[in-house]
Every structure is written in structure tokens, then in C-alpha cells.
Design a protein around this ligand. Structure first.
Ligand SMILES: Nc1ncnc2c1ncn2[C@@H]1O[C@H](COP(=O)(O)OP(=O)(O)O)[C@@H](O)[C@H]1O
Ligand SMILES: O=C(O)[C@@H](O)C(=O)COP(=O)(O)O
Length: 423
């Protein structure tokens, strides 16, 4: 297998979002959980997205895990590696976007790395280096209240400069609009000044196509699904990949269905509220989880009689005020970790009792659940909402369908939309 594109994603929902985008653009794609074991039977593919849970861990660990993934991908022929980050640039001043980018850049000797989280299909656009979420700048969006990485600065040139050892420059929209040659010239100018990273503006998919053409000539890029779209279209339009039809990875599995939510995003809170109309919903008590009380057992006892009747939803999600109060009592990381592990405990028991269709809301939450279920990889099925495909587990103990929903993605009826497509 010689890969046309290698990808390293810093969380599992982000990885499935990217795998979805690449698949829809015609690349045969598989999502692996971590660096695949040698005995994992992978189909013949054009792109592999290695999913890491490295967004919110210590920067040194994120670097070493990303480097291991890079070595594996380049060893399978990937000339270009895309480091997939969140379309809302989720990170802190300690990393991990800057440190991982610096390490991968040093490994491949790239002069200037193109960086853009733009993903217009989901309302993420970048103008003059400022990230917009829908109509508002990042720092005014719900991301200002993210439980793990609240985003308070929408100027990505500044945000990345605080995290990276290299200087950060800008390729503005006017340059992108002039086409690939103008972008190449601007990158050469930045490289001449010793600037090693460039935030590049993008508002429409056509901007990402220009960016993809240029990025594909390089060894490394950093961004969200939008630049993945640009790269995939460039690989197809230049004949390096023959566009494939989408597979039937979402064929029915039957079995019980359940939903778990650990995301506290505004979108997820609305989706949970709407789900109350169509299925039983249990709201976990986060204080009881952290206190180590038997909240997991309570949830399982609640779910057992209801599952045979139809899908259920179990959520730890709370409003920003409640999240802040909980974190003040217990600490941010301790609270997040305890809740993720409790959600994983619940997922493990649900699967033991016959759940084969599982929907998880939240990136870190999905990471904890998928790790616990020891699923080595996924094939991409139909799209439920922009950035969220139906996934079929490969190499797992049971044949299962999953959906890993980024906190901010999906329409107001996401849970019923997903269940309709996961049979
Ligand atoms: N009620 C709560 N209070 C505080 N933190 C919570 C609560 N519920 C879940 N969390 C934690 O918040 C984080 C949500 O992150 P994540 O799952 O990545 O969601 P998103 O995709 O919205 O970013 C996780 O670490 C999760 O355990
Ligand atoms: O790019 C995106 O927005 C998503 O693919 C993503 O990474 C989402 O992360 P979470 O919101 O933490 O799920």
C-alpha cells in the first residue's frame, strides 16, 4: 500500500470528520485508532487518518505520539502529512498545535508550513488571520466557554506564535484569490524572512482548492477538514488519485442502540434537549461521578429495562456556569478525566449487554469510549451531518456502527438523524 496522503488527527471525532471529508472527495480512506498494529488488516486505501487523543495532553507526549504516527505514515509512502487540528483551533498557550507542528516540520525539513482551520461547510472561516465561527469571531463564540481549552483570542497569527518556536506569518485572502502562483510567491517571501508557519485565509471551498494545490507540493500542512478537502481535490485533479465511489460501510448491524454525551457545547446541549422528546434521557450527576459514588451503576440500572424498548441517551453535559462551578470544586483536568472514564465505563457495559449502535457526543469523550472498547479502526459510511459520518468498526470484537460527534457539529435533531441512518 502506498499512501497518497497521511493524516494525524489530534482527536477521534476530528479524525472521523476528516476521514468523512476525504471519502466524499473520492479518496479511499481508513481511520485508525493510534498507530495500527502490524496485524491489523487494512483495505487498499489512498489515505490513512491516524487518530490520536493528543489535543489536551502534555505537549511533549503529544509530540512523541504524533512523531510515531508520522514515521508510520511516511513509511507507507505518504509524501504529504496533514496534521488535523480542530476547526476552532482548540489549544492553549502550552500547545499542542505549535509544538507538534514544530516537531513535524523539523522532521521533514519544511521551510514554511501552511496552517488553516477553515471549514466553510461548518461555518469556520479565516479572514486576515482571524477565525470566525459562523458570524462571530472565535473569542465571542461558544468556544470561549470550552471546558478544557477556552478560546479567548480569534487572531490565529498571535495564537500560534504563542505556542510555536518559529515565527508565524499570514497569507491573506487577497493573495489566495489571486491563485496558486500568488500563494507560492508569498510563501517564498515568508521563508526568505525565516518565518516557518503561515496562517492562510480561506472563506470559500474554492480558496481551499487553491490552498490544497499548493499544500500538496509540500511535505506538511496543519488544519481542519477544509484543507483536507483542498488536498483531496488536488490529488484527484492532478491524477495522483483516481476518485473512488463511496463504500457501503454503514450496512445494518442490528442490535441495541444507545447515545452518550460528554460534550458541554451549546450545540450538544440543544441536541440533548431535543432528544428528550424521542427517547429516555438520563442526566448524570458529575459531583457523584467525581466523588467515586456508584453513578455508573445507577446509569446502567436505569438503562437496562429501557434499552429493549429503544435507544436511550445518557449525558453528563452541563451549562457553562455549571461546568465552571464543578471545575472550581474539583479542578478542570480531574473533573474532565473522571467524567470521561465514567462514560467509558458505561459504554463498555452497554456493549457487553448487546449495544451495537453507539453514538458519542464530544471529542475527548469519544476518545475515552473508543479506547475502552478497544476498537482499532473505522471505515466511513454515510454522512449524518457535516463532519459526522456513520463509522463501521474494523478489527473489533463485535460488528458495530458508531457515530463520533464533535461537540459543535450536527443539527438540532442530531441524535434522531443519526439513529435513522444507523440500523
Ligand atoms: N458536567 C460537566 N462538567 C465539567 N466537565 C464535563 C462535564 N461533562 C463532561 N465534561 C468534560 O468536558 C470535556 C468535554 O470535552 P469533549 O468531550 O471533547 O467535548 P467537545 O467535543 O464539546 O469539545 C470532557 O473532558 C468531559 O469529560
Ligand atoms: O474540526 C473540527 O471542528 C472537528 O473535526 C473537531 O476536531 C472537533 O473536536 P471536538 O469538538 O472536541 O469533538
Amino acid at each position: 500500500m502506498t499512501l497518497a496522503l497521511g493524516c494525524i488527527a489530534d482527536d477521534y471525532t476530528g479524525a472521523s470528520d476528516l476521514a468523512n471529508t476525504l471519502t466524499r472527495a473520492g479518496l479511499r480512506t481508513v481511520q485508525t485508532i493510534g498507530v495500527p498494529a502490524d496485524d491489523l488488516a487494512l483495505p487498499e486505501v489512498d489515505a490513512v487518518v491516524v487518530s490520536l487523543k493528543s489535543r489536551s495532553i502534555e505537549a511533549g507526549l503529544a509530540v512523541s505520539r504524533s512523531r510515531a504516527a508520522e514515521t508510520w505514515l511516511r513509511g507507507r509512502g505518504a509524501r504529504h502529512v496533514l496534521f488535523k487540528i480542530c476547526s476552532t483551533f482548540d489549544s492553549t498557550d502550552a500547545g499542542n498545535i505549535g509544538p507538534v507542528m514544530d516537531a513535524l516540520r523539523a522532521d521533514c525539513g519544511e521551510a514554511v508550513v501552511l496552517v488553516t482551520p477553515a471549514f466553510p461547510e461548518t461555518g469556520r472561516t479565516v479572514y486576515q488571520g482571524n477565525l470566525f465561527v459562523g458570524a462571530v469571531p472565535l473569542n465571542e463564540s461558544p468556544l470561549k466557554d470550552h471546558p478544557l481549552n477556552p478560546m479567548h483570542d480569534s487572531n490565529l497569527v498571535r495564537v500560534l506564535a504563542r505556542q510555536s518556536g518559529t515565527q508565524t506569518g499570514l497569507v491573506d485572502l487577497a493573495t489566495v484569490a489571486r491563485g496558486a502562483e500568488a500563494v507560492r510567491a508569498r510563501l517564498a517571501e515568508l521563508a526568505g524572512k525565516g518565518i516557518g508557519a503561515a496562517i492562510i485565509d480561506a472563506v470559500f471551498d474554492r480558496d481551499l482548492e487553491t490552498i490544497g494545490l499548493v499544500a500538496a507540493e509540500h511535505r506538511l500542512s496543519v488544519g481542519a477538514s477544509g484543507i483536507g478537502l483542498g488536498l483531496a481535490r488536488a490529488l484527484v485533479s492532478t491524477g495522483r488519485v483516481k476518485a473512488a465511489a463511496t463504500s457501503d460501510a454503514g450496512a445494518p448491524v442490528g442490535g441495541l442502540a444507545a447515545c452518550l454525551a460528554g460534550s458541554c457545547s451549546q450545540a450538544t446541549l440543544q441536541q440533548i434537549a431535543n432528544a428528550e422528546r424521542i427517547m429516555p434521557v438520563l442526566h448524570l450527576d458529575p459531583d457523584r461521578i467525581i466523588a467515586g459514588a456508584d453513578e455508573v451503576q445507577r446509569a446502567l440500572g436505569w438503562a437496562a429495562p429501557r434499552l429493549a424498548e429503544g435507544p436511550v441517551l445518557i449525558a453528563s453535559s452541563s451549562t457553562p456556569d455549571q461546568v465552571a462551578a464543578l471545575q472550581a470544586r474539583h479542578g478542570r483536568d480531574a473533573a474532565g478525566h473522571a467524567i470521561e472514564q465514567a462514560t467509558a465505563d458505561i459504554a463498555e457495559s452497554l456493549v457487553k449487554s448487546g449495544v451495537r449502535r453507539l453514538i458519542v457526543a464530544g471529542g475527548e469523550t469519544s476518545g475515552a469510549v473508543v479506547d475502552r472498547l478497544k476498537i482499532p479502526g473505522f471505515l466511513v459510511g454515510v454522512e449524518i451531518a457535516a463532519g459526522v459520518p456513520v463509522l463501521r468498526a474494523v478489527g473489533a470484537e463485535s460488528d458495530m456502527l458508531l457515530a463520533l460527534k464533535s461537540g459543535n457539529f450536527g443539527g438540532a435533531e442530531f441524535f434522531s438523524d443519526a439513529l435513522r441512518l444507523m440500523r
